[in-house]
Each structure stands twice: as structure tokens, then as C-alpha cells.
Design a protein around this ligand. Structure first.
Ligand code: HEM
Length: 497
């Protein structure tokens, strides 16, 4: 009798707490201003049929007119758009919103990696990996980046004077080969027979397109339903051919290498991120190592390839800026395209090139939106309280083109806005290509170094042009941001050396 009463008491407390929690959730949600775009049931219905270009457009439009905080519903899910740099700062640095919504984990199976893993894995892995992505540790890859960039520059020579071609496929072969080599797995992707190479590259492209569509088709969220679909079969096949297919070989290779060398020092103080992952010092289990390797492969491949392709495309569209980049390169490193571009200090002196890359990352941020989920209530800078279980969207693409923060010419390609004097007038949380705070991109220094070296190699040898017009570019969302027309450039031998 007594036990029954206690159980009933607990049950009543549970129900009261549940009711209170959801009552408060809807109450706090009701106080947040509505976004102009109704993304509720009609939005969901439209999203069911949308292709990746439409998906980008729909999300993009849902941010129109939003300058502070605004809410929108995707079916039963509350999304709060965080669009002012002040609120971005709160969110990016808050312990209450380090985690990401469940649908971000759809690109699995990488559930125990830094990018998509739950917060427990994230803490553990980030702590292990962070020291290996600092400047001093990354400097060891400079020669590798230069050697691989020179292979691309040589391979692309067959396109000389051939008119427009999509540079992205060359870039993505380079970025995949480079990250695999950085993991000490010697493989030649750039010179592989094109069918094998294309399959690897397309694998990731197909998979990311499908993942994006799944996020917007609610009924496909439950795993047991998704697994019955054709999309799942295609995605699984695509992933099997993608960069993921190298995972086991990469891990076995490093283990054999360390065993052969009886490398106890490496066990105790691993020198690279790959050695750290397999070292017994950090005690990662087999599935954690596999997921982290996969995570690094996908995080490093498309992102850097798209950003380098976008930079070249924008320079092809803006010849005056291209001339300035070349002037600076000649002044700082000379005019011989065959020399190694491996002097770290000289690379650091290429200020204009860095401004160009930043401007490309501003206009075409490869990750156009990031998501967070809220663990406990947080307060915006205007005093709105965002309830736990809300999903936050940070529309990087929109923030980085907002005229309030970037001026009337926000949509124009003008690298000079990153000059010291100019950029200090802009709130630093309005420029977020790698985001900020504890979840800032792990590989941002790696990416910047590779991009600089690659662009030096490429631009020193080739003059780039394009028939595409900046104003006509259309975007699509494949997890990352892509250009529907492709990154079409043409190349000529550079004469003015
Ligand atoms: C231009 C190239 C790149 C861009 C624009 C980029 C951008 C981003 C962005 C926006 C995020 C999400 C951060 C957040 O949720 O707040 C991210 C996360 C991440 N990136 Fe990158 N990334 C690039 C290259 C790389 C490279 C080369 C690597 C690895 C070598 C890498 C590894 C990661 C990892 C592991 C995460 C997860 C970090 C975490 O959640 O703690 N990225 N990146």
C-alpha cells in the first residue's frame, strides 16, 4: 500500500514537471518574434519535394528581414535564428549550446567523432586533437602541401586554352590525397585512373546531397523508415566508394608502421594527430578511432576544395584583384613557379592573398549555416529567453552578407574590406567561416595553410578567367554550399613573370 502511494507520488511529480517544462517551452517560444517566412506545415510540404537548390533558397529566404532573434517552426521543431553578432557571441561561447541537433548526425556512421559525435565524445576527442592542429605541429605538413599542389598544377595543364572547366574535381582530389598523406597513408589519388578517382569524389557528393534532402523530409528521420528507402541504398553505396573506404587501410597502415619501428616514444608522446588517435596513451576504442578518421576525411575534403575553387572563381571574375595578388606574390616570393612555396614566414607576409581568401570565405562560406541545440535556458542580448530543446540556426551566409554589418557593398567582392583599418570596424562575430568559440573548426589553420600554398602554385603559373557572371551564380546546399553552375574557370599560361 505504502509503495503504491510512493510510486503514484513520483508519477504525479513526473507529469507535473513534464507539463510545466512544455508549458514553459511554449510560453518562452511565444515571446520570441516570428520570422517573416512561414516555415510551418506549408514549408514542410514544400521541403518534401525540394531539390538541393530549392532547399538552399527556402532556408535563405526564411532569414529575410531577420536582424535579431526570430523563430520558425519546422513541423513540431522550434528553430531560433540567431543573426546578430552579439547573440552569435553568446551562443558560440555558451556551455549550454555546445551540442548539435540529432539530425546533424545523419551523415553517420561517424557518431563517435569530433564533428557529429555526442557531447561526451566531442569533449574527449577535441582535447586529444587540439594540440595537433596548432601552427608548430602543422608546419611539418608544409612540404607535403607544396608537393601535392604542384601535382595539381601539372595535371591541370591539359586544360590550358581549352575554355571553361570545373576546377572543383581537381581540388577535391588534391584535398583528399593531402589529408590521407597527412595521416601517413601514401596514396596517389590525383593521378589515379579517372574512373576510380571520380567514384571516390562523387561518392561524397551524392551522400551529402541525400543527407541534406533527408533532413528536410521528416518522415525519413526515423532510421528504421529511412533504411527501407531507395535513398538509403544509394547513400550507402555512395559512402562505400567515398573517402570512407580508406578508413581501415589508414588505421592498419599506421599501426604496422609504428610496430615496425618499435616506436615507444611515439606511444608516449605522439607527434601527429594520426599517431595520437591510435596511441594507447589516449585509450580510444576501435570504433572511436574509425569514426574520428572518417570525420577528419570528410571534414577536410570538400570544405577546403570548395573554398579554393571559390577563391579562384572570384579572382577569375575580378581581374584587377588577381593582378594585385600576383604583384604581391612576385614581391614577397619572387616569380619562379617551380620553387617550393614552403617558407612559412613568407606565406605569412602574403597579406593581400589572405584578404582575398577571407573575402571568398565571406561571400561563399562553405558551411552556410551551423546548428546548435539548447541544453538549458539561455538569454539573448535583448533579453529573450531561449528554452531547452530549441534548435538554433546561425545563418553564416546571411550574416556575412548583411549590409548592416558589412556596408552597402556587402554583396560585392572587395578584399580591401579586410585591411586592418577597415576590418576593426566590423564586429568579429559577423565573420564566421570557421565559426568561433570552443567548437571552432579544428582544421582552420591546416586549411588556411593549404589554401595559400595551393593558390600560390596555381596563380603563379596560370592566369584565370571565366565566362560565368558573379551576379548569375546560384547556390545549392549539399551539407556544404555549392555553386549550381560549377566552379567553371579557364586557364592561360601566365606571361608577366
Ligand atoms: C576552408 C576549409 C574549412 C572550412 C570553411 C571549415 C569550416 C568548418 C565549420 C564552419 C565547422 C563547424 C563549426 C561549428 O559547428 O561551430 C567546422 C568544424 C570542423 N572542422 Fe572544419 N572547415 C574547413 C576545413 C577543415 C579541415 C581541413 C579539417 C581537418 C583537417 C576540418 C576539421 C573540422 C572538424 C574536426 C570540425 C568539428 C569541430 C568541432 O565540432 O569541435 N575542417 N569546420
Amino acid at each position: 500500500m505504502f509503495i503504491k502511494e510512493i510510486l503514484l507520488g513520483f508519477f504525479i511529480i513526473f507529469i507535473v514537471r513534464l507539463v510545466w517544462k512544455w508549458k514553459r517551452f511554449f510560453y518562452l517560444a511565444s515571446k520570441i518574434p516570428k520570422s517573416q517566412f512561414d516555415f510551418s506545415w506549408q514549408g514542410v510540404k514544400d521541403a518534401f519535394n525540394a531539390d538541393n537548390r530549392m532547399i538552399f533558397k527556402m532556408i535563405y529566404e526564411s532569414f529575410d528581414g531577420v536582424n535579431g532573434l526570430a523563430k520558425t517552426w519546422l513541423g513540431p521543431m522550434l528553430f531560433v535564428i540567431i543573426s546578430s553578432p552579439e547573440d552569435v557571441k553568446i551562443v558560440m561561447n555558451s556551455k549550454e549550446c555546445l551540442d548539435k541537433p540529432y539530425f546533424i548526425r545523419f551523415p553517420g556512421p561517424v557518431l563517435k567523432g569530433t564533428l557529429f559525435g555526442d557531447i561526451e565524445f566531442w569533449h574527449k576527442h577535441r582535447k586529444i586533437l587540439d594540440p595537433y592542429f596548432g601552427v608548430q605541429k602543422l608546419k611539418r605538413f608544409i612540404d607535403l602541401f607544396d608537393e601535392k599542389s604542384k601535382v595539381l598544377t601539372k595535371n591541370v595543364a591539359k586544360m590550358l586554352d581549352q575554355g571553361d572547366f570545373d576546377i572543383f574535381h581537381y581540388m577535391t582530389a588534391l584535398t583528399l590525397e593531402t589529408i590521407l598523406n597527412a595521416m601517413e597513408f601514401e596514396i596517389d589519388i590525383q593521378n589515379q585512373e579517372s574512373k576510380v578517382r571520380d567514384l571516390t569524389i562523387e561518392g561524397l557528393e551524392i551522400a551529402t546531397k541525400l543527407v541534406t534532402q533527408r533532413i528536410f523530409r521528416f518522415y525519413l528521420h526515423p532510421e528504421f523508415i529511412y533504411r527501407q528507402t531507395k535513398m538509403y541504398v544509394t547513400e550507402t553505396k555512395a559512402k562505400a566508394h567515398s573517402a570512407f573506404s580508406y578508413t581501415d587501410d589508414v588505421i592498419n597502415n599506421i599501426r604496422i608502421k609504428l610496430k615496425k619501428n618499435h616506436d615507444e616514444v611515439e606511444e608516449d608522446k605522439p607527434t601527429t594527430f594520426m599517431r595520437a588517435l591510435v596511441s594507447s596513451k589516449f585509450n580510444l576504442d576501435e570504433s572511436e578511432i574509425r569514426d574520428e578518421v572518417k570525420t577528419l576525411l570528410i571534414a577536410a575534403q570538400d570544405t577546403t576544395a570548395i573554398s579554393m575553387s571559390a577563391t579562384l572563381l572570384l579572382l577569375a571574375m575580378h581581374k584587377d584583384k588577381q593582378a594585385k595578388v600576383i604583384d604581391e606574390m612576385h614581391r614577397v616570393i619572387g616569380n619562379n613557379p617551380d620553387i617550393p612555396f614552403t617558407d612559412f614566414d613568407k606565406l605569412n607576409e602574403l597579406h593581400y592573398l589572405e584578404m582575398v581568401i577571407n573575402e571568398a570565405l565571406r561571400l561563399m562560406p562553405v558551411v552556410p549555416f551551423v546548428f546548435r541545440s539548447v541544453d538549458s535556458e539561455i538569454t539573448s542580448h535583448e533579453g529573450y529567453i531561449i528554452p531547452p530543446n530549441a534548435n538554433l540556426i546561425i545563418p553564416i551566409f546571411k550574416i556575412q552578407r548583411n549590409k548592416t554589418f558589412w556596408g552597402e557593398d556587402a554583396n560585392k567582392f572587395r578584399p580591401e574590406r579586410f585591411e586592418k583599418e577597415n576590418i576593426k570596424k566590423v564586429n568579429s562575430y559577423a565573420f564566421l567561416p570557421f565559426t568561433k568559440g570552443p567548437r571552432i573548426c579544428l582544421g582552420w589553420r591546416y586549411a588556411m595553410m593549404l589554401m595559400k600554398i595551393q593558390l600560390c602554385n596555381f596563380l603563379m603559373r596560370y592566369e584565370v578567367d571565366t565566362s560565368l557572371k558573379y551576379e548569375e551564380l546560384e547556390f545549392e546546399l549539399n551539407v556544404t554550399l555549392n555553386i549550381c553552375q560549377g566552379f567553371k574557370i579557364s586557364i592561360k599560361e601566365r606571361k608577366e613573370r
